[in-house]
Design a protein around this ligand. Structure first.
Ligand code: FES
Length: 643
């Protein structure tokens, strides 16, 4: 049997006993310490840097570290293996912690639920509580206890097709008599059937809440909603702990496909994240977990599979087929979710392997499928999802944008947490005019919205040309070779940062950002072309995703991430995924409609479109090889407004 060693992690003061030869990242996960990983542990991203303060390790590569860092004990956590008791320090940039500030805001459509009636949306939650005063049995009225309950309930809620589990049926007689025939029936929507989930003594109708969840590859967002009136009470978010096993869905699918233990580990992580957020909400609003009757969950197809423990490996293999896109409601406790023991988990429907419930939820929330005008909804994430349509048709596609705009794939990239530069302006090729950071903290890196501004500004001051190439002659002082041999531009020197490290943007970073924006634009353009349309035929372009309202639209257009339309025709819709999850929870008709929307959405496979690669290559220019597609950008450039 392998010898075991104790690995202590600082500053968490958490520890784990692991067999010799275990990787440090696995030991960290066992200890509940989550370490950043972009490449899923392949040793190629350099994001899992830790410092071994005491003990002996084997393995690891030094290519990501300076000589001083190697002397200090820096090592890649995914490559370094435990060979003795260890003390390991996890530096701030490696930690998968913090609050994703940009995604916690209210969702535009749902801030005022009183307006929902105007959209024809009636409040009829998926789980209802109905207080009943049953007539006691007599010789003249001696139907069974269950029949008595169903008769009264049927009259109260206008339904006949009930089903009730054995467990509740067994304890019904005693409960009814002890409660003096005054009970609350908790009912769950199951299509044409109504499940009597539970029966509670007395009137418990005042405590009926739900959690609407958006399970993203990077972030998990939960809203606490009072099901009596549809009001949102609280909103919380955290980073998806699964990110320790890769920043994108492909790496996570590969990881779970390797062994049942890996599948269980990722499932437990997402369940743990949801339970943590639910605990945070219930503690803040002084609720018991038993007061949460349901969870309504949206997310991309892979996240839904990983939550339910469905085999996900076929999603990444041609023809990219998932195990199930329309799961029925499940008992939340069966998945390990800590709400009412009889509470239900409603997973919203997906369309295809790479078009998930998050996009369908967005279609529902924005109401675009009820309009005459044609709109495009773009959900910008590691996997860009795009849908075009109106009341007559819905066509969607997905573009693998990669995680560059989520703070990965760029050396100074980070998520939108404290200290991330989220907005920036340049004075000229040598000077930053001003910038802002999340939490107004000293800068420690750059998040997605900051990169959009930075690339746009670098183009304006001609630090880069339209191919994205750094122009050394424009700023010989600040463009320099990086330690990895490529050119980089110094954004903020170490002396002014919060972590004593230069914040830079390298040629490789710029290339990754251009590929990410190019994939999203090209997918949108190809989808429209297949429909014989152009961006000018759209009434609006709706932008959802992690950028929230923080994206500078003019800069997003300037770099060619978004089409060059009048700003009146561009609208942020925030986290439309959680908005759709909430709508489904408070309105059973909306939940049913989502299945219709998913069924009538046509998936357009970009990988088989012969024009996609040409469009992608063109869209990797700034803003595009055909600048006439961007008349306002062209006007700005030719008027010499660029600095
Ligand atoms: S190098 Fe360790 S996770 Fe990528």
């Amino acid at each position: 049997m392998a010898k075991t060693y104790k690995v202590q992690f600082r500053p968490d003061e958490a520890s784990a006993e692991v067999p010799a030869g275990t990787t440090i990242i696995s030991a960290a996960t066992k200890a509940g310490v989550f370490i950043n990983s972009l490449c899923g542990g392949e040793g190629v991203c350099g994001r899992c840097r830790v410092i071994v303060r005491q003990g002996t390790t084997s393995g690891g590569s030094i290519e990501f570290f300076t000589r001083e860092e190697v002397q200090q004990g820096y090592i890649l956590a995914c490559q370094g293996r435990v060979e003795s008791d260890l003390v390991v320090e996890v530096p701030p940039e490696t930690r998968l912690t913090g609050v994703p500030e940009h995604v916690v805001g209210e969702v535009p459509f749902l801030a005022d639920v009183s307006k929902l009636a105007g959209r024809g949306i009636r409040l009829a939650p998926l789980v209802r509580k109905t207080c009943l005063q049953l007539p006691p049995p007599s010789l003249e009225d001696n139907v069974s206890d269950l029949q008595r309950l169903e008769q009264s309930l049927g009259k109260a809620i206008g339904s006949k097709n009930f089903q009730m589990g054995l467990k509740v049926t067994r304890r019904l007689p005693e409960l009814l008599r002890k409660a003096d025939w005054k009970v609350t029936a908790v009912t769950g929507h199951r299509g044409p059937l109504t499940e009597i989930i539970d029966v509670e003594a007395g009137d418990t109708g005042r405590r009926n809440f739900c959690v609407a969840a958006d399970i993203g590859t990077t972030t998990v967002v939960c809203h606490l909603v009072d099901l009596r009136d549809g009001q949102t009470l609280g909103r919380v978010a955290k980073y998806n702990s699964q990110a320790s096993f890769g920043a994108d869905v492909i790496r996570r699918i590969i990881f779970v496909s390797q062994s049942p233990d890996n599948e269980r580990a990722l499932r437990e992580m997402i369940v743990g994240d949801l339970n943590e957020l639910i605990r945070e909400l219930t503690a803040k609003y002084r609720l018991g977990t038993g007061d949460i009757s349901l969870i309504s969950a949206a997310g991309n197809t892979t996240m839904m599979h990983l939550l339910l423990g469905l085999p996900a490996e076929n999603i990444r293999k041609e023809p990219y087929v998932g195990a199930a896109y329309n799961p029925p409601p499940f008992r939340a406790a069966e998945i390990g979710l800590q709400i009412s023991p009889r509470g239900l988990l409603y997973c919203l429907p997906c369309v295809a392997g790479f078009v998930g419930a998050d996009l369908v939820a967005g279609v529902l929330a924005t109401g675009m499928a009820h309009a005459d005008d044609v709109r495009m909804l773009i959900d910008i994430g590691t996997n860009g999802e795009i849908i075009v349509g109106n009341r007559d048709f819905l066509v969607c596609a997905s573009a693998s944008a990669g995680p560059a705009f989520e703070g990965a794939e760029c050396r100074s990239g980070m998520r939108a947490t404290r200290g991330a530069i989220d907005h920036l302006r340049l004075l000229d090729a040598d000077h930053v005019l001003n910038y802002s950071t999340v939490g107004s903290a000293p800068p420690v890196g750059i998040c997605g919205t900051g990169y959009v501004d930075l690339v746009a500004e670098m183009l304006r001051v001609r630090l880069i040309d339209r191919t994205g190439r750094l122009n050394r002659e424009v700023s010989p002082r600040k463009i320099r070779p990086s330690q990895h041999g490529e050119l980089e531009w110094l954004v903020v020197p170490a002396a002014w940062t919060g972590n004593n490290t230069d914040i830079t943007i390298s040629q490789g970073d710029i290339n990754n950002l251009l590929r990410a924006k190019g994939a999203i634009y090209a997918a949108s353009a190809v989808l429209l072309k297949a429909l014989n349309m152009t961006f000018n035929d759209l009434a609006e372009v709706l932008v959802a995703g992690a950028f929230g309202n923080f994206l500078n639209i003019a800069n997003a257009v300037f770099i060619g991430l978004l089409p060059d339309l009048h700003q009146d025709r561009m609208r942020f819709v925030g986290n439309s995924s959680v908005a759709g999850a909430k709508l489904a929870a408070i309105c059973s008709d909306c939940y049913d409609e989502m299945f219709d929307l998913a069924a009538r959405t046509t998936y357009f496979e970009l990988s088989t479109d012969p024009t996609f690669m040409d469009q992608f290559v063109s869209a990797c220019f700034l803003p595009h090889t055909n600048i006439e597609l961007f008349p306002n950008v062209m006007a700005e450039m030719s008027a010499g407004k660029t600095r």
